[in-house]
Ligand binder design. Structure first.
Ligand SMILES: [Cu+2]
Length: 246
């Protein structure tokens, strides 16, 4: 059975999309490298863009989680690229309410880079010194989370260790969406890895050598409350290099 010419060409369309996607990623990576000649650190241009009033609004909320003003030109996020097989960075999780009463969330490094694009190779070590800067909840808010705590009956409730599985208001974590990074605490485990407000936690792992190159993204994933944090704007890009080799 043979389809018509039209249906045959339609059948190839997914392959075309895949090809275009594959071709676009090395271009993105090459562009990322150009933007960050020093590798492993953001360029001066990127830093100035991030703090430029022309790009970011000047409202108080923009001092915490910067957003582009209406009508401004959007530029690429700053790029942090692994060097000698390792990428190490800080990452604060922040929240602010803007003048319209809308909650914003963002990932910002200690050097002021918001949502940097992380560029790594398979086999590279990725270390993120993560800190949850969300405020501690009021006591009644803690009580409202009691049902969620109940569902995690075996959890350690001391809250001293972010691997301790304590659900609560304003907890967060980082999920490396789409990757093969192991689902264990300190890597890509999101069910029981819950960094409490005011708590710090180190993500420290090796990108699998078998990780398919391409475009991934990182975002908060504390089950039950991840939607608000993601829609608040906390998200960034993870690029695994090497697609040109396949
Ligand atoms: Cu995800």
């Amino acid at each position: 059975m043979h389809g018509s010419a039209a249906s045959r060409s339609w059948r190839f369309r997914p392959f075309l999309f895949a090809l275009i996607s594959l071709l676009s990623i090395p271009l993105l990576s090459a562009q990322a490298q150009r933007k960050c000649p020093g590798r492993g650190a953001a360029s001066v241009q990127d830093l100035s863009k991030l703090t430029s009033p022309a790009a970011a609004g000047t409202a108080a909320a923009d001092q915490v989680c910067a957003r582009y003003t209406t009508g401004s030109t959007v530029s690429d996020p700053p790029v942090l690229q692994s060097q000698n097989g390792e990428l190490e960075t800080t990452m604060k999780f922040l929240m602010v309410t803007d003048s319209q009463g809308l909650a914003r969330n963002c990932y910002v490094t200690d050097t002021g880079l918001e949502a940097p694009t992380l560029v790594v190779n398979p086999g590279d070590k990725l270390i993120i010194h993560f800190a949850n800067h969300l405020p501690a909840p009021a006591s009644n808010a803690s009580e409202s989370m009691a049902s969620m705590k109940m569902s995690l009956a075996n959890d350690d409730t001391t809250a001293s260790n972010p691997c301790n599985k304590v659900m609560g208001t304003n907890v967060t974590n980082i999920h490396f969406h789409g990757t093969d990074i192991a689902p264990v605490c300190g890597q890509d485990e999101v069910i029981h890895t819950l960094v409490q407000p005011g708590q710090s936690f180190d993500y420290n792992f090796t990108i699998p050598t078998s990780e398919p190159p391409g475009l991934y993204w990182y975002h908060p994933h504390p089950h039950g409350i991840s939607e608000g944090q993601v829609q608040g704007g906390a998200t960034g890009t993870l690029i695994v290099e090497g697609i040109q080799n396949i």
